[in-house]
Write a protein that binds this ligand. Structure first.
Ligand SMILES: O=P([O-])([O-])O[C@@H]1[C@H](O)[C@H](O)[C@@H](O)[C@H](O)[C@H]1O
Ligand SMILES: [Mg+2]
Ligand SMILES: [Mg+2]
Length: 330
């Protein structure tokens, strides 16, 4: 079968690498910091420049494609997923890190197409197959497989209807290129990724973020959730300062789960596929199906841990990313 989107994915990898170079160079210079929704929601000229560089390069090669870019949306562009090929871009995930030179910053590029025909992400490829690679024999996966690596009975269907065809997250200061193609596995610098096999939440590390909402009621909920989870007890809590890198840590098996309320579709799109293609699960914070536009996620190594976390979270619902879009999903 013709691989329609490999060209686009190759372009995304090269655009992310180029963007990472611009980010690294900008870290050596003074950064002018501006604010968006609040005094702790930061943006710099580098965010804007990198997003434009990526969008321009895509437009030259794929003139009919659409975009959801963090800084374009901030400037008033719509945030709509449709059947059309759509590039979902976070030019700098971890802008606060970037501003402070805290060394975790990512460029995130997801690509969505055929929204209406998206299949349940848990669809399996066939019975009795198992994945080769670092997970070792016996590690069953919940995702369909590419020719050589994956396979998998649908041991545990993912709780998501993923709409993402490929995802690229470039952790530019670590020089780690995370990639995933729908049904073909996840990779870091070309090496296959596999989520942790840990089943006990008491022996897990959980990642989360505090976001940029400083409404005391929201902060109380964040701390209440954190307290509940810490007191399970878990081995530890971590924050990389970027949603995309937190999720790539789940895909890499370094942390068992990541949850957050308040991030956006551009933080999640690419990394959600990287998690699911590494064998992980995605879930809404209240245990329902993951929804890219809902600004809520649990990304975990397995369903048991995801469900346990969802039972501890004090949920709330920020305005959806597609709230203002005409014809947006309810
Ligand atoms: O603004 P940005 O740096 O691209 O993205 C933010 C980061 O991913 C942060 O870790 C998360 O807590 C926020 O919710 C995101 O908005
Ligand atoms: Mg971001
Ligand atoms: Mg950003």
């Amino acid at each position: 079968m013709t691989d329609l989107w490999q060209d686009a994915m190759d372009h995304a990898v090269s655009a992310a690498r180029g963007a990472g170079q611009v980010v690294r160079e900008a870290l050596l210079e003074d950064r002018m910091v501006m604010v968006k929704s609040s005094s702790v929601d930061l943006v710099t000229q580098t965010d804007q420049k990198v997003e434009q560089l990526i969008i321009q390069s895509v437009k030259e090669k794929f003139p009919t494609h659409r975009f959801i870019g963090e800084e374009s949306v901030a400037a008033g562009e719509p945030c709509v997923l449709s059947d059309e090929p759509t590039w979902i871009i976070d030019p700098i995930d971890g802008t606060t890190n970037f501003v402070h030179r805290f060394p975790f910053v990512a460029v995130s590029i997801g690509f969505s197409v055929n929204k209406q025909r998206a299949e349940p992400a848990g669809r399996a490829s066939g019975p009795g197959q198992q994945r080769a690679g670092p997970a070792g024999p016996g590690q069953q996966l919940s995702r369909a497989s590419g020719p050589s690596q994956r396979a998998g009975p649908a041991a545990e269907p993912l709780l998501a209807f993923l709409q993402v065809e490929f995802g690229v997250v470039y952790s530019c200061l670590e020089d780690k290129m995370f990639t995933a193609r729908r049904g073909r596995g996840s990779f870091c610098n070309g090496d296959p990724l596999q989520v942790s096999e840990q089943k006990a939440i008491q022996q897990s590390i959980i990642a989360t973020e505090f976001g940029s909402d400083r409404d005391p009621e929201v902060v109380d909920k964040i701390f209440s959730s954190l307290r509940n989870i810490l007191c399970i007890p878990v081995h530890g809590i971590r924050s990389a300062g970027t949603a995309a890198i937190n999720m790539c840590l789940v895909a890499s098996g370094c942390v068992e789960a990541y949850y957050e309320i308040g991030m956006h579709v551009w933080d999640l799109a690419a990394a959600s596929l990287i998690v699911s293609e590494a064998g992980g699960v995605l879930m809404d914070v209240e245990g329902g199906p993951f929804d890219l536009m809902s600004r809520r996620v649990i990304a975990a190594n397995n369903r048991t841990i995801a469900e346990r976390i969802s039972g501890e979270i004090q949920a709330y619902a920020p305005a959806r990313d597609d709230a203002a879009a005409p014809g947006a999903d309810p």
